[in-house]
Design a protein around this ligand. Sequence first.
Ligand code: ZN
Length: 161
Amino acid sequence: MMIDLERLGWDPRFVGEQDHRLLRAPSVQLRSARRGQHGDVIYCVDLRLRRPNAGRYLSSTELHSIEHVLLQGFQRHLPDSFVSVGVMGCQTGFYLVFLNEGRADVLCDVLADILTELDTAVSVPFQRIDQCGNYQNHDLELARRVARQMLWARSHWLEAL
Ligand SMILES: [Zn+2]
């Protein structure tokens, strides 16, 4: 059975691999939706915080702290459907993976909640030495600044091009 991406709230023109010279940021873009043989669907979503090749990349610390924030936040908000988060090696964003939850408005609402909650957070999640492989490489204030930049552009998140 086909997955109706438009009904899930994604503009089909922006779905899938795109010419990185044209990508906008911040944006939330569906990279793929794949149904397994038992009917479950895996959704791969690109969360792009910086425009590719524009000279403004996320620092190692920004990537690391935001990665922890996304990991903890999606686990908490979507425990049944969140699978994983990974950093993009090009330092422009994150890969998000969800199981059986591909509604654009749900994912964007949760993301906005996670980023907003950062304003009142007292530390970066999983920041202790027993929880992280480079525990000194975190900065709550830097993460907040990145989160606010993302939130300012919220009305354009789904316009990946
Ligand atoms: Zn870590």
